[in-house]
Design a protein around this ligand. Structure first.
Ligand code: FAD
Ligand code: DLZ
Ligand code: SF4
Length: 500
């Protein structure tokens, strides 16, 4: 069982005979270092794995758990499977398919490697199977999330009144764009105090991964199903009512706002996505939360989360190498330090370093938007996101980065690039007020760099973007600018890019 397969209902467990099975769980350097994971991400996964192993033992399973510091640890999944196969004179390997192409390829070799029979079962912890998604996608020119989402609403019956969507509309996103306001703040989300198991893991990670990105101090992620359940209860009570309204808002020093911070638990199996959605729906039906919040939240899970998984498996291998806009600049060093005068970026990167978390709009419209405007190589951007967030597993991270955020798949996921100048960030956050740059200026020493970069990005990629009907208006605006204004913008952008 892998580090993100911590569900008692996992297909491999369900198919195994408890009396004749040894459950193998391994902490291996290979998995802990294929990207330079944030320290808190490694600590979360290792501690959650150790707690899950205890739980399985309590439930009567024989568990062989190999810790990272076990002197015989070979450092790879395959190496540990081979050793275990010999140890137990194993005849049959049973596993649930992983969430990453790289690991699936590795797993497919385990039968030959060990001489055992190998059965790889589908991961049934999703609403939409990969076959079902492939069937939905077949023959469609555009794979729009909105239509997929409606199918999932019908399939689950979530927020449905018979065959109609509750409230008469499928999507209340237009009501979910309130900017940050003065006095908008959140009580700190439900955080778990590290127990003895977690403390041991924190010590291990602090020593073995001392050079990795991120702080360990303040680690407070839950590591058991009970912790995850407590986090869900907190979210339903404290944050869900305002989730919809302020989903896109950003505020200095406010990491979590009204977000649920449930992605680490959903992605490792400590929470069940459908159960979470049913609880959210029940809050709306009981009149405790508005429909825009309940719908907005459920859409993220049964819509976006399922949809990106489908895209990942439909397009791999190859998807993580896509680079439709031929962006080739290296990732700026400040993505690892937060040391930049651009307040929006320093705020989000510092927060990421301290917590291994940033909410969706921070990922999409701050770090993601800047990387795309600056023409950063999307594969480097992808590896950064895969490393720095506690919830990052490739099946969910890659389509969000390569597709939604960088437009590197040429528009498979989004009908236009999520590109914005400083204006958007100024509208949705309070970052600009304390920035050394002036968000209102396009050129000059103090101009917000995003403004010139925005136009420069569009023009740099005009061969690929000009024909996009959703960008027709912005290109018209650009065309109406005087030659001098255009030249100044590109000079400004060039000088900035050279200084990166
Ligand atoms: P909330 O805002 O409370 O949302 C609720 C839940 O909906 C999340 O827990 C998550 O499970 C789901 N969700 C929301 N948006 C998305 C989305 N776009 N795709 C898939 N699920 C979604 N999410 C990850 O789980 N892992 C990643 O590695 C990841 N990488 C991302 C990279 C980029 C560039 C971008 C733009 C987004 C990424 N996301 C990723 C999606 C989203 O940002 C996170 O799911 C969300 O911020 C997690 O915080 P939360 O639990 O507080 O979410
Ligand atoms: C991300 C991760 C890390 C850091 N460490 C381990 C590990 O030691 N053992 C393990 O089984 N899984 C780990 N994982 C998760 C995997 O790298 C991989 O992303 C998922 O299992 C894919 O489904
Ligand atoms: Fe970011 Fe520009 Fe605002 Fe500064 S002025 S915080 S760089 S958007």
């Amino acid at each position: 069982m892998l580090g993100d397969q911590l569900s008692p209902s996992l297909s491999s467990l369900a198919a195994a005979d408890r009396a004749r099975t040894v459950v193998l769980m391994v902490e291996v350097m290979g998995e802990a270092s294929y990207v330079g994971h944030h320290k808190q991400k490694i600590a979360f996964i290792f501690s959650a794995m150790r707690h899950f192993a205890l739980r399985l033992r309590q439930a009567g399973w024989q568990v062989d758990y190999v810790t990272l510091d076990n002197p015989d640890n070979t450092g790879s999944l395959a190496g540990e499977v081979e050793r275990a196969a010999e140890r137990y004179r194993c005849r049959q390997i049973l596993a649930t398919k992983p969430g990453e192409w790289r690991v699936l390829e590795d797993m497919r070799g385990w039968g030959t490697l060990t001489g055992c029979g190998l059965t790889l079962l589908d991961d049934t912890r999703f609403l939409c199977s990969l076959d079902e998604f492939a069937g939905w996608a077949e023959g469609r020119k555009q794979l729009r999330m909105e239509y997929f989402y409606r199918e999932m609403r019908r399939k689950t019956g979530l927020l449905m009144e018979g065959s109609e969507p509750a409230g008469g509309r499928w999507n209340f996103d237009a009501e979910n764009r309130k900017p940050a306001e003065g006095g908008l703040f959140m009580p700190r989300p439900c955080r778990a105090a590290p127990d003895a198991v977690t403390q041991e893991v924190l010590a291990l990670v602090g020593t073995r991964f001392a050079q990795n990105f991120g702080r360990l101090e303040g680690f407070a992620y839950g590591v058991t199903a009970e912790d995850a359940q407590a986090a869900l209860e907190w979210f339903l009570r404290e944050a869900l009512p305002c989730f919809g309204d302020y989903q896109d808002a950003m505020l200095k020093g406010e990491t979590w706002l009204y977000h649920s911070v449930l992605s680490p638990y959903l992605n490792t199996g400590l929470l069940d996505p459908l159960e979470v959605c049913r609880r959210v729906e029940a809050e709306w039906r009981a009149g405790r939360v508005p429909l825009n919040s309940a719908e907005g939240y459920i859409r993220q899970i049964i819509g976006w989360r399922e949809y990106v998984r489908g895209i990942y498996w439909l397009k791999m291998p190859g998807y993580t190498q896509e680079n439709a806009l031929a962006a080739d600049r290296p990732l700026p060093a400040f993505y690892w330090t937060g040391e930049t005068d651009m307040r929006c970026l320093s705020e989000v990167i510092t927060q990421t370093r301290d917590t291994a978390y940033a909410h969706h709009i921070q990922r999409l419209m701050v770090t993601g938007n800047f990387a795309m405007l600056a023409g950063i190589n999307p594969h480097e951007v992808h590896e950064w996101y895969l490393a720095v967030y506690v919830d990052a597993f490739e099946w969910v991270e890659a389509p969000n980065t390569i597709g939604m955020s960088q437009f590197a798949d040429g528009g498979l996921l989004g009908s236009k690039p999520y590109a914005a100048g400083g204006n958007y960030i100024n509208r949705m956050s309070d970052y600009c007020g304390s920035c050394r740059y002036d968000v209102k200026q396009r050129t000059g020493r103090d101009a917000c760099p995003l403004n010139a970069l925005y136009w420069d990005f569009l023009v740099r990629n005009s061969a690929k973007l000009r024909g996009n009907p959703r960008l027709a208006q912005v290109f018209r605006t650009y065309d109406k600018m005087g030659d001098e204004a255009k030249r100044d913008l590109h000079r400004q952008a060039d000088a900035f890019l050279k200084s990166l």
